[in-house]
Design a protein around this ligand. Sequence first.
Ligand code: MG
Length: 396
Amino acid sequence: MKITEVKVILTCPGRNFVFVKIMTDQLGLYGVGEGTLNGSETIVAEAIRHISHLLIGRDPQQIEDLWHLVYRQGYWRGGPIFMAALAAIDFALWDIKGKQANLPVYQLLGGKARDGVMCYSHASGRDAVECEDSARRLMERGFRVVRCQVGPYGGEGVLGQREPVTPGTPAELIYEPTPYLLSVPKLFAHLRDKLGMEIELFHDAHEQLNPIEAARLAKELEPYRLFFLEDPLMPEHRESWPLVRAASSTPLAIGEIFTSRWDCLPLFMNRWIDFIRIKPLHVGGLTEARKIMILAEPFNVRSAFHGAADIGPVAQAASFTLQSVIPNFGVQEWTRFPDQTYEVVSGICRMENGFAYPNEAPGFGVDVDEEKAAQYPYQRAFMPLVRRADGSMHVY
Ligand code: MG
């Protein structure tokens, strides 16, 4: 079998996605992949186009060999752009493998270790009472784990926003840590008082704290028995994890912007974290994410895979597949895609009563309609910036 073409499909059905189709010389046999990287979609698309010249004529059945060929092709290994591009190719190769075997990919990995993948979703509101109402609605829909936030990205630390200097770019948020740090324990005191202790609740600090602030927040949240505290530190503050770890027994989670096993390993080996938030999409695909979860297992680190809406339907299917088969499963983030995405992509995985399921169709069971995708062209988009009240960039 030979690869004949790598198609890159950049589309914006409600939000931007980078999809690929790896075509083969076997009639009707192709694999679907995805390399979406929020705010950098065009750069990943160009990386895949460049790498595709190395793949034409090669055997798509040799996934491990092709993974290393793509990883090592440029001397400049790793990083978010190349690892997302590599994931797109890796997903498409696994999709081909499943279609060829006439089996869903989870069967190729040893079969399911659980009936369904327990998901969490996001409760939010302008204040604690609205957040409580939002959490109750999710609990009524079957969610057993709920992320709880108040206000915009940055919560009650957001004091306002500055209009962008350049038209068409996002407003810049004004953030101060003190009002944020004071508000979060109050939010969880309210939620535990109203919702009880049994529902699993947690909070995302969005990497906006310095180490001693993160340590204090983890300590002050301890009485509210969080499922975990997410992203208390920037990944760059790796050597400060012991400070946060020693401050409390609040479980800790990080990893949604990690791109390799090398980001994860020190945190595993030092037992600094409880949950790892990688997902196959940004660590080079299913092949590498599976290895990372095997590395995590002896260190009692469980999965809490990132699953925001920019982790598109193909990458989501790969996440649900891996989450179904690993023993050290923790939880899976779930968000609904925009309605237009369902017009362009078929086979989006099922989520019911707080549990998600990989498809039963061969491969990942997800496909992209190229004609419909072309009706939703890419829209330029950037991630938000955060400044302090004095106008300086918030550099934590
Ligand atoms: Mg996060």
